[in-house]
Design a protein around this ligand. Structure first.
Ligand code: UT7
Length: 350
C-alpha cells in the first residue's frame, strides 16, 4: 500500500483587514469583548464582487502546486472543503478546476461539506485515494468567503465577529517512504445539527423545525428555498449556540487527539507542533493545557484572521511551514471540531 505526503502547501488571505473597532461601528460590540472571549484582533474580508471562495482557493492552490514541484496538469483529483461555496451547485471543485485552467477531464472533483473539520475530512479522503493507488497528486483545499453572508447588525454579533475569509491548499502526493499522513480520525454526531448552522436557503421546507417561522407559500407544487420572510426577518445568516458549541469543542478536541495518539503509539510529548482549527483562542489554549504542550509547540493565528472554518488549518499549517516551524521528521497534529457536529484529527510525520 502507498503512503501519502504533503508535497506542497500554500495559502492566501485577502488584503482587506477589518479590525474589531470597525465592526463595533456596525453593531453593539467592542474590541475588548471580542479579544477577551475569542482572542481575535482582526480578520480579512475578500474584495466584494471581485473575489470569491474559488478565486481565493486558486491563489492558494497555485502556490501549493508550485511548491510541490508539480504542474496543474499533474493534478489528478481535487477535494474542496467549504461552507461558503460560490454556488449552491455546482460545487467549488469544478470551479477551481476551471479557474486553474485544468483542461484535463480525466480528473475528478469533489466537494466536502464538513465546515470546521472540512479540511481534515478532505485530507483523509485524499489520503485513502492515494493509499489505494488510484491517484498520485491530489489538490486538497479549504477556502471560505464568509463575509458575503454575515449579519452585520447587533442581532448577528455573536457569529459575525468570529469569522474571516481566506484559503489554504496542499498537494497530497504518493510517497514511497514512511513519512507522510500517519492517521486520520473522523467523527460525526448529527443530534445537534441546528446548534451551529446556516439553514436558509435550503430544501428543508421547515421539515426539521420552525416551519411556521419561514412564511412558506401554500403551494403544493412550487417549493421554494428562500422566502421573503426569511430575508425580511434575517433567517438567512449562520446561527450558533456559542456556549453549547464551546463545551462540546473542549470535550471533543482532546478525545480525537488522544484517539490518534493511542492508535499510533505516541503520547502528547511526542507532538512537535499542534495546529488546532482556529475557532477560538480560548479553546486552543484549553486543549493545549490539557495536552501539556508548551507554547512553542502550538500554532495559532486566529488573532489575525478570525475563524476561517475549512481554511483555518491549511492557512495555519502553511504559515507555520513558511516560518520554519515545520521541519522534516516533525510530528504534526491537526485537530478540528465544528458544525454537524463533526470532529477530526490527523497526524503527519513531515
Ligand atoms: O468554528 C466552529 C466552532 N465554533 C466554536 O467553537 C465557537 C464556540 N463558542 C465560542 O467561541 C463562544 O461561545 C463565543 C465567542 C461565540 C461567545 O462567547 P460566550 O462567552 O459564550 O458568550 P455568550 O454567547 O454566552 O454571550 C454572553 C453575552 C450575551 O449577552 P447577555 O445575554 O449576557 O446580556 C451576548 O448577547 O455576550 C453578548 N454577546 C456579545 N457582546 C458583545 C454576544 N456576542 C457579542 C459580541 N459583542 N460580539
Amino acid at each position: 500500500m502507498y503512503k501519502s505526503k504533503i508535497a506542497g502547501i500554500g495559502h492566501y488571505v485577502p488584503a482587506n483587514v477589518v479590525t474589531n473597532n470597525e465592526l463595533a461601528v456596525l453593531m453593539d460590540t467592542s474590541d475588548e469583548w471580542i479579544q477577551e472571549r475569542t482572542g481575535i484582533q482582526e480578520r480579512r474580508y475578500g474584495t466584494k464582487h471581485e473575489e470569491s471562495t474559488t478565486s481565493m482557493a486558486a491563489n492558494a492552490a497555485r502556490i501549493a502546486i508550485d511548491r510541490a514541484g508539480t504542474t496543474k496538469d499533474q493534478i489528478d483529483f481535487i477535494v474542496f472543503a467549504t461552507l461558503s461555496p460560490d454556488y449552491f451547485f455546482p460545487g467549488c471543485g469544478v470551479l477551481l478546476q476551471r479557474e486553474l485552467g485544468i483542461t484535463n477531464t480525466e480528473i475528478g472533483a469533489l466537494d466536502v461539506r464538513n465546515q470546521c473539520s472540512g479540511f481534515i475530512y478532505a485530507l483523509s479522503i485524499a489520503d485513502q485515494f492515494i493509499k489505494t493507488g488510484m491517484y498520485k497528486n491530489i489538490l486538497v483545499v479549504g477556502a471560505e468567503m464568509h463575509s458575503m453572508g454575515l449579519d452585520y447588525t447587533t442581532r448577528g454579533r455573536n457569529v459575525t465577529v468570529i469569522f474571516g475569509d481566506g484559503a489554504g491548499a496542499v498537494v497530497l502526493q504518493r510517497s514511497e517512504n514512511e513519512s507522510g499522513i500517519l492517521t486520520t480520525k473522523l467523527h460525526a454526531d448529527g443530534t445537534h445539527a441546528e446548534e451551529l448552522a446556516f439553514i436558509n436557503p435550503g430544501s428543508h421546507g421547515g421539515y426539521h423545525k420552525n416551519r411556521d417561522l419561514y412564511g412558506y407559500p401554500d403551494d403544493k407544487y412550487g417549493g421554494i428555498f428562500l422566502t421573503e420572510t426569511m430575508v425580511k426577518e434575517g433567517y438567512i445568516f449562520p446561527n450558533m449556540n456559542g456556549q453549547f458549541v464551546f463545551k462540546m469543542a473542549i470535550q471533543k478536541f482532546p478525545e480525537v487527539i488522544k484517539e490518534a495518539l493511542a492508535d499510533q503509539g505516541y503520547t502528547s510529548e511526542d507532538i512537535d507542533l499542534f495546529i488546532p482549527h482556529q475557532a477560538n483562542l480560548r479553546i486552543s489554549q484549553f486543549v493545549q493545557k490539557l495536552l501539556g504542550l508548551p507554547d512553542h509547540k502550538v500554532y495559532n493565528n486566529i488573532q489575525k484572521y478570525g475563524n476561517t472554518t475549512a481554511a483555518s488549518i491549511p492557512i495555519a499549517l502553511s504559515e507555520a511551514w513558511e516560518s520554519g516551524k515545520v521541519k522534516e521528521g516533525d510530528l504534526i497534529c491537526l485537530a478540528a471540531f465544528g458544525s454537524g457536529f463533526t470532529w477530526a484529527s490527523a497526524f503527519i510525520k513531515w
